[in-house]
Design a binder for this molecule. Structure first.
Ligand SMILES: NC(=O)c1ccc[n+]([C@@H]2O[C@H](COP(=O)([O-])OP(=O)(O)OC[C@H]3O[C@@H](n4cnc5c(N)ncnc54)[C@H](O)[C@@H]3O)[C@@H](O)[C@H]2O)c1
Ligand SMILES: [Zn+2]
Length: 374
């Protein structure tokens, strides 16, 4: 197998991301390194467990480990405290009992990674974990960077911990079974990375859109490697979102989160909402002279090439509230990332570079939303 290794250089907590087609079927020896007493517990959702759980458990056993698998029902609505409590109860009830050297292996999309990672962060005050992401979104975003947690009734991701994994193993061949809508979801985060950090990645996505949407293993391998390198570079310099660097990853998410919330998480996926948010942020940047209209048009073209919306009308199922400027603005002011009533926006400064702005006016937001509607 032709593997790519990318270091995540977080001081004192560094680790490596390995990407390779077929890696899930060869993961045993790599995982065994992080289970000194030969015990591992796989945490996955039931859908991914049915597809890949047996393979991963067999690999662990082949490497001489004792492996248990704990699963929970798939879907964001199960990323909650009830699932956490259930998993924790089953984990602590295993016989023989787990100990501090037990390795947690998270297997699945961002939901399994976030819940499984939070279990790892908190069981026995912290167990080592390795992430085996299986959605494009988790490959390029959720699996790297150490954010773990669950949703609360008051909002998404409000309960959690930073807990860096010991390693991340990515098998692009696992994307073969992923529904294309989920691939598109992950591609939104790839476009995000390209706009804030790497103009040539935008070209790569545009040139290879069809192959990427078909989950071509070699193209997805390259796409994942380039995106992991960007995410790793950001979290290495700003692990806990304190210097502003990690905040750049929020590009498209200010308006995107508002759209998702206003829609009640129906009729729009996260990636689609972020795509609308990126288009709006590009419009604001263009209005400020930070981005040329030609560059904004290029972003719109790449979004279209990977089946992401650039305007409200591209999403016929979007509820009316999710296009209502007043509703969206109110939600942005109450986002957990707004500070003291100031909405913070990541705006591109040319393609491949971005900065955080806290002086975007209501009028600028309104004009950008009009463009999405127009
Ligand atoms: N921790 C972070 O830094 C971070 C970053 C971004 C997003 N997230 C979180 O990630 C979550 C979204 O992740 P997601 O989009 O991967 O959703 P997900 O984990 O719910 O996966 C989407 C669906 O695809 C299925 N699936 C997963 N892999 C599959 C495969 N290879 N073949 C077939 N089906 C497969 C899952 O069972 C699920 O039904 C959100 O909760 C979000 O908050 C976390
Ligand atoms: Zn996102």
């Amino acid at each position: 197998m032709n593997a790519t290794r990318i270091p995540v250089d977080i001081p004192g907590r560094g680790y490596e991301v390995t990407i390779g087609g077929g890696l899930l079927g060869q993961a045993g020896p790599l995982l065994a390194r992080f289970a000194p007493t030969g015990r591992a517990v796989v945490i996955t959702d039931a859908a991914v467990g049915a597809l890949y759980g047996g393979k991963v458990v067999a690999e662990l056993e082949r490497a001489g480990l004792r492996a248990d698998l704990l699963d929970f029902p798939a879907g964001e609505k199960h990323k909650n405290l009830a699932t956490y409590v259930s998993l924790m109860g089953r984990l602590l009830g295993l016989a023989p009992a787990i100990d501090r050297s037990t390795l947690i292996v998270t297997l699945g999309g961002g939901v399994a990674g976030d819940v499984g990672g939070f279990v790892a962060a908190t069981a026995l005050r912290g167990l080592g974990s390795v992430n085996l992401p299986t959605t494009l979104l988790a490959d390029v975003d959720a699996a790297v960077g150490g954010k773990t947690g669950v949703d609360a009734p008051a909002g998404k991701n409000l309960i959690g911990a930073f807990h860096q994994p010991r390693a991340v193993l990515i098998d692009p061949a696992a994307l073969a079974t992923l529904p294309v809508a989920q691939l598109v979801n992950g591609l939104a985060e790839c476009v995000k990375h390209a706009v804030i950090a790497d103009e040539s990645l935008l070209e790569f996505i545009e040139a290879n859109a069809a192959g990427l949407l078909a989950a071509d293993v070699e193209l997805c391998h390259q796409l994942i490697a380039r995106n992991v390198a960007i995410k790793a570079g950001v979290v290495a310099v700003d692990e806990r979102e304190s210097s502003g660097r990690r905040e750049l990853l929020n590009f498209g998410h200010t308006i995107g989160h508002a759209v998702e919330t206003a829609a009640g998480y129906a009729g729009v996926s996260h990636g689609q909402a972020v795509a609308l948010g990126m288009s709006a942020a590009c419009a604001i940047a263009t209005g400020r002279g930070l981005l040329t209209p030609a560059a904004a048009a290029r972003v719109a073209a790449v979004l279209a090439a990977v089946k992401l919306p650039a305007r409200f009308d591209d999403l016929p199922g979007l509820p009316a509230a999710a296009r209502d400027a007043a509703v969206l603005r109110e939600l942005m002011l109450h986002d957990k990332k707004a500070r003291a009533g100031v909405v913070r926006f990541v705006l591109p400064r040319g393609l491949g570079s971005a900065a955080v702005f806290d002086d975007v006016t209501g009028a600028e937001i309104a004009r950008a939303l009009e463009k999405l509607a127009g």
